[in-house]
Design a protein. Sequence first.
Length: 409
Amino acid sequence: MEFFKGVNVDWMGKAKYFVTLSLILLAVGWVSILHNGGIRYGIDFRGGTLVYVRFSGPPPIDRIRKGLQSAGLANSSIQGISDISNRSAQNDVVIGLEQKGTGDESLDAGKQAILDVLHKIFGSADAAGKQDFNSVTPSALAAYLIQKDPLNLGTTTGAADRYTQLAQRLTDARDKDHGGIVTSFDDLKSVDGSTQPVLSTLSSNFTLGNFTIRNVEIVGPKVGAQLRRQAILATLYALAGMLVYIAFRFEWVYGVAAVIAVFHDVLITLGFFSLFHYEISLTVIAALLTLVGYSMNDTIVIFDRVRENLRLMRRESLPEIVNRSINQTLSRTILTSGLTFLTVLVLFVMGGEVLRAFSFAMVVGVVVGTYSSFGIAAPIVVVWNKYRGQGAVSSAGSAAEKRVAAARR
């Protein structure tokens, strides 16, 4: 499918505008990074504790922040979750605490400190001596039901199994049907086996807290440092492998230009992360590696067309050949990049908080990676050949021809 026919844009004549735009984006992004004290790493890389909390209503973030500060946890971070596809998740917050000490004891202490603050702020006075149904485990609930015996099963065979199954159904209804938060025991009437005596027993001996702990993630500092090092190496290895491939397939200058363009994409994306206060996590590294491959593929398509046109347009200058090649692949670029951008944009808007940073990296990366293919990589090749002199154009063409001829033999 070809949307644009007969396009004749002087891309190389406009290269200075693309370079200027890139320099501005790089400067703004990295000034932000330096101003914020460096790249913001997530718990995955720096080590610490993440506690995912769900509330029965809009989370009082200011109260949580004041409570954490009064407990000496001023270095903690609080992030609200906005997920329009999941109504329950709109009341979620993620509380992060960077590890200051060493060892597992420090991590456990950080987790317990956050939980103590939450219970201190939101614990109800009439809950003394009662368990919170919204945080009770199936096994603990089963043990309680066996003890109270609201169904009057006594010591009959299978009584313990029935209460164990009932406890599992009750907690499943709480977690799956009510998002982990039950606001009234009447919400459990539809659960199989949940009779009125069972509900009365629960309401008499359990309280319903207005928050629940959805998940706790703990990463040690050694593991975080190792993951950070491996993520950097993975990105560098990917760039090195692509440099070798393109240098073998085309010319080494093509490989260098492509790697510089991809490196440029990654640096700009990191700058945007700092500007919009996103943290670098393992999922973001996955997005950056995806961006590297995507941008490189688009660059290779243009370079492959340049190589073909070098044989067909022997009398033309290299800038004219590159312009023609970009114009000929423009429809393909618009189609693939446009569809990819729409996909990741929907993922960014609808994908939820878990995928927010990943999809943000892809949204920025697709845009930057697309224009860097013809606005950064291609001009580098033209400038290098111009620096080497007019004979460089013919030598590049002859080198490509030699490889084609050798392949045909």
